[in-house]
Design a protein around this ligand. Structure first.
Ligand SMILES: [Fe+2]
Ligand SMILES: [Fe+2]
Length: 165
């Protein structure tokens, strides 16, 4: 039997969202430690700015999934009342797919920006942490793009056509 929408998103939140919430602050800390150790360089300042943006984008993305997209899909599946929102969920869903690619790419850019910094050992530590986040993010995004989003659209369209008939 196919897992339900609820089962799929609960697994994603328990494994992948919690992983990001644990690991994203560690990258901030490693970048700060690198800044404390290196003489200030433009590359590091730019890398820190980029990471701040990416982290905030990912955190907003997780919040929108956990508070709106996932509960709405669960409510549609169980024919329950969906959370009230002003947000256009179909537009947000499309935007989320763009963010799925964008965040992974931005993390690759971040690794490239710091790769030539003089403090090799600490730089390697940050790059390896970024890689572990990217690895998990790839699995997470694959599940959402191929299981969660198509299923959400199906449920959403079924509810809309039931309203029209
Ligand atoms: Fe997610
Ligand atoms: Fe997502």
């Amino acid at each position: 039997m196919q897992p339900s929408f609820k089962e799929i998103v609960e697994e994603i939140v328990a494994n992948h969202h919690s992983f990001l919430r644990k690991e994203l602050p560690k990258i901030s800390e490693l970048l700060e430690a690198l800044a404390d150790d290196c003489s200030p360089s433009d590359a590091l300042i730019e890398a820190q700015k980029l990471y701040k943006k990416v982290r905030s984008k990912i955190e907003t993305h997780l919040k929108d999934e956990e508070t709106l997209l996932f509960p709405t899909g669960i409510a549609l599946e169980s024919e329950d009342v969906a959370p009230v929102t002003e947000m256009n969920l179909l537009e947000r869903l499309h935007e989320m797919e763009v963010e799925h690619d964008g965040c992974g790419n931005a993390l690759t850019t971040l690794s490239q920006m710091i790769a030539t910094l003089p403090n090799k050992e600490q730089t390697e530590q940050v790059i390896s942490k970024i890689k572990s986040v990217q690895k998990d993010l790839a699995i997470h995004v694959e599940k959402e793009n191929t299981l969660v989003h198509p299923r959400f659209l199906e449920l959403f369209e079924a509810r809309s056509s039931a309203r029209c008939s």
